[in-house]
Design a protein around this ligand. Structure first.
Ligand SMILES: N[C@@H](Cc1ccccc1)C(=O)O
Length: 418
């Protein structure tokens, strides 16, 4: 949702902390959230919460390390400038490729998840469509908004964010009241829990990704480090609380053994929301939950594709005229939409791959850049993340271990709950 801030170049007076925190929370909370209960079913609630806490800390630190580097440069300096100036051409390219990859694969994940949830919603109204067609409808409607203008995206995402907050608390509030503590704390199913943690790590990492917005926050607030630190802290903390509530609501209502069935059906958003719908008492609250899921994935789609749209326009040199925007829209939306038509159920796989690429640009590169910038600007009195080099090493290790877990899980070398 970096679009909220495109215009501001200098430090404007009176920019509220809340605005920045909402931008971070809005980007962070997205489709990744819907993968958490499914990939966390094996280790269940206790370990899932522990994992979220650990990942939240590491992702907060990597965002702050990125901020530390960013503050050595003029507001408006992008990821590209930062990586080139601190780490050189090689890392600049690795970084650029991994960002583009994450944006593309997330767009596909959102089309897959969006198709699944739109389909679930339509079924509720008695309309049957193949899921790939539902994904196509979802992509076309939202892509047209991006095609119209940045301003249209900005307005619509703001409305969606409001809608998400209201529907989340209505639907989840009710699910939270109805939870069954035995389901949560004494789950059924097999007796093995902790081994399933490893395969879930990449999904946790993807769920806490927001790092593309750090340079935008610097552009928005100027070099006001205190406010930016607070915005990142508060924004990611809101996501942590939302995820914790979401895990209580799902795992407190759906028995662990039933997740085997959800996973067997592909673990896509519509299947999970469908399972939750079955336990909800009122059909009105059920609609709220479905509406929330639609809004969550649609707003992430808009935020991510706008970033991809601007990135590709810049890369290919397409201008802002009608035909220029049309060309940009084609390269932005056609490849992921075709993928969505061919593989409508690749949601979980796509989130996993997004995580793999995100370990590079959202975790490892920010840590390396901070390490390098401390050497380049040894006398700087500006903001420095606590923990010195050991913290940097911790963040890099977190990135490497999570990336390795994704690869091992793909090769079927990690225990996965099924
Ligand atoms: N956190 C986002 C995904 C994301 C990853 C990396 C960067 C930006 C966004 C989600 O859950 O959908």
């Amino acid at each position: 949702m970096a679009n909220h801030m495109n215009a501001a170049k200098h430090k404007p007076a009176g920019k509220s902390l809340l605005g920045g925190a909402m931008i971070i929370a809005g980007t962070t909370v997205g489709a990744g959230m819907f993968s958490l209960p499914v990939v966390g079913a094996g280790m269940w609630f206790g370990y899932s919460i522990l994992m979220l806490l650990g990942i939240w800390f590491c992702m907060l630190m990597s965002g702050l390390l990125l901020l530390e580097t960013n503050l050595h440069f003029e507001p408006g300096a992008s990821f590209d400038t930062l990586s080139k100036q601190t780490l050189g051409q090689f890392w600049r390219i690795v970084n650029g490729v991994s960002i583009a990859f994450v944006l593309y694969i997330l767009t596909y994940a959102y089309i897959s998840g969006g198709g699944s949830i739109v389909n679930h919603s339509l079924q509720g109204m008695g309309i049957e469509l193949p899921q790939s067609v539902a994904g196509l409808v979802f992509a076309i409607v939202l892509a047209s908004i991006v095609l119209i203008s940045t301003k249209a995206v900005d307005r619509i995402t703001t409305i969606m964010l409001g809608g998400m907050i209201i529907t989340f608390f209505l639907a989840i509030g009710n699910l939270l009241i109805e939870i069954d503590v035995t389901k949560l704390l004494e789950p059924d199913g097999n007796n093995s829990f902790s081994p399933y943690l490893w395969a879930a790590l990449p999904f946790g990492l993807a769920s806490f990704g927001y790092h593309g917005n750090v340079p935008s926050l610097v552009k928005y607030y100027g070099k006001d480090s205190t406010t930016i630190i607070k915005a990142i802290f508060v924004g990611t903390f809101i996501a942590l609380v939302i995820y914790a509530c979401w895990l209580v609501a799902t795992m407190g209502n759906i028995p662990r053994s039933q997740f085997i069935d959800i996973i067997a059906q592909g673990g896509n958003m519509g299947v999970l929301v469908g399972a939750l719908s079955e336990v909800m008492a009122s059909s009105w609250l059920n609609s709220m939950l479905t509406l929330f899921a639609n809004l969550a994935v649609a707003s992430s789609f808009l935020g991510v594709t706008l970033g991809l749209f601007d990135y590709l326009a810049d890369l290919f040199g397409f201008d802002d005229s009608r035909s220029g925007r049309m060309k940009t829209a084609l390269v932005t939306f056609v490849p992921p939409t075709i993928l969505g038509l061919l593989f409508p159920d690749g949601f979980l796989v796509a989130i996993g791959f997004a995580a793999l690429a995100a370990t590079v640009w959202a975790v490892i590169v920010p840590a390396l850049m901070a390490y390098k910038s401390r050497q380049l600007f040894p006398d700087s009195t500006g903001f420095r993340v606590i923990g010195g080099t050991p913290l940097i090493i911790l963040v890099v290790l977190f990135g490497i271990v999570t990336g390795a877990c994704h690869l091992l899980a793909m090769a079927n070398l990690l225990p996965q709950y099924s």
